[in-house]
Design a protein around this ligand. Structure first.
Ligand code: CA
Ligand code: CA
Length: 150
């Protein structure tokens, strides 16, 4: 058995602000909802755990089913991108690969906040093609970063 030191704050306040701002910026153009969640460690299968968290965060509750979650699993340093059913009907696999590559390019240089910001903004651009923002749009899911343990 082994254990590692649990990181306190993954992002500085400044980085967190930047990410939250990027989400707000992206959501200006689209009715889609973008969210970032940090998870300390997955016990089981990555995709299954990811889907559970997606549900738990209420990501499936948007009217147009157009939520996207940037999920970071810190222990094994995994990025999981999850989109709701409305988005899956519209986009191809290429959409996810493009966003992933944009994020990982920065992550490889340990620029985690920057990677998320880039990925989020690109998501906003892409989402507006399929889900343009409508008059009277509401913020269905908070833009704040959430955290969980297991
Ligand atoms: Ca919205
Ligand atoms: Ca939002």
């Amino acid at each position: 058995m082994t254990h590692g030191k649990i990181p306190g704050k993954f992002f500085t306040k400044e980085e967190e602000d930047k990410i939250v701002q990027a989400i707000g910026e992206a959501e200006k153009n689209t009715s889609g909802e973008i969210r970032v969640h940090l998870h300390r460690s997955f016990q089981g299968d990555t995709i299954e755990e990811g889907k559970k968290i997606f549900e738990k965060l209420g990501m499936t509750q948007t009217r147009d089913r157009n939520g996207i979650l940037f999920l970071l699993e810190l222990k094994h340093q995994q990025l999981i991108l999850l989109g709701d059913t409305g988005i899956h009907q519209k986009v191809s696999e290429h959409f996810w690969e493009e966003i992933r590559d944009i994020v990982l390019l920065e992550f490889k240089q340990s620029k985690f906040a920057e990677g998320l910001v880039q990925g989020i903004l690109r998501c906003g651009e892409k989402l507006k093609e399929f889900f343009p923002r409508q008059e009277g749009d509401i913020d269905e899911l908070s833009n704040q970063i959430t955290e969980g343990a297991d």
